[in-house]
Design a protein around this ligand. Structure first.
Ligand code: AMP
Length: 218
């Protein structure tokens, strides 16, 4: 049976990271987040591109994904979160998954633009444990302090400020939305309604992933 690569698609703020983490915890497929990998690099130029809301070069990101997915933990499949973001990346991913003998399924987490804006500008993170809050939808008990790590002030990502959010949403519309058509045309795109609580969204995604795994076995 071929293993699955689950590509989580969706605009910034759609909840790809949250869902990829749940899939990792509960279905055992590792989460590969290019945004997280890039943020963890000691590379000033990369971080300033990220902070600007624009995309890092295709070649660079593709190499990161190639290296990361060569790890043994990806042998039985993996979840991509934030990749591919351009048609060029999607085309290179076809080659990579073919080399790895994997089958690709894309799932779009669909969220209205006005909700995305609040999810992004309201997002705050604990620098110690990565717990995520939102000042509009899920505020911490004490103003800007982590519920789990006493006294630790929450942080806002540099690219979650409103001007950068506008750039990111525009970049998504221009460069990433065409990737949805690319997968839709080849019959590999499923859509879930992302304007719900994360557990409900997870249930829809899990049903698709499990159905696809079962279909892959037959
Ligand atoms: P994310 O954490 O997925 O919202 O990504 C944050 C930023 O990292 C993006 O705005 C880009 O600057 C960069 N980035 C993440 N993934 C990619 C990718 N696949 N291609 C190019 N740039 C990326």
């Amino acid at each position: 049976m071929s293993s699955k690569v689950i590509v989580l698609m969706g605009a910034p703020g759609a909840g790809k990271g949250t869902q990829a983490r749940l899939i990792q915890e509960r279905l055992g497929l590792p989460q590969i987040s290019t945004g997280d990998i890039l943020r963890a690099l000691a590379a000033e130029d990369i971080h300033s591109t990220q902070a600007s809301g624009n995309l890092v070069s295709d070649d660079f990101v593709i190499e990161l994904v190639r290296e990361r997915t060569a790890n043994p933990d990806c042998r039985n499949g993996y979840v991509l979160d934030g990749f591919p973001r351009t048609i060029a990346q999607a085309e290179r991913l076809e080659d990579l998954t073919a080399e790895q003998g994997m089958i690709l399924e894309a799932i779009l987490i669909d969220v209205p633009t006005e909700v995305l804006e609040r999810r992004l500008t309201g997002r705050r993170m604990c620098p110690v444990g990565n717990e995520t809050y939102n000042v509009y939808f899920k505020p911490p008990r004490a103003d800007n302090i982590c519920d789990t790590h006493a006294g630790v002030a929450l942080q806002q990502r540099a690219d979650d400020y409103l001007d950068k959010v506008h750039i990111r949403l525009e970049t998504y519309r221009r460069q990433t939305a065409p990737v949805l058509d690319y997968y839709r045309r080849s019959g590999r795109l499923d859509v879930v309604d992302g304007n719900h609580q994360s557990e409900e969204i997870y249930a829809s995604i899990r049903d698709l992933v499990v159905k696809e795994q079962t279909a892959g076995r037959s």
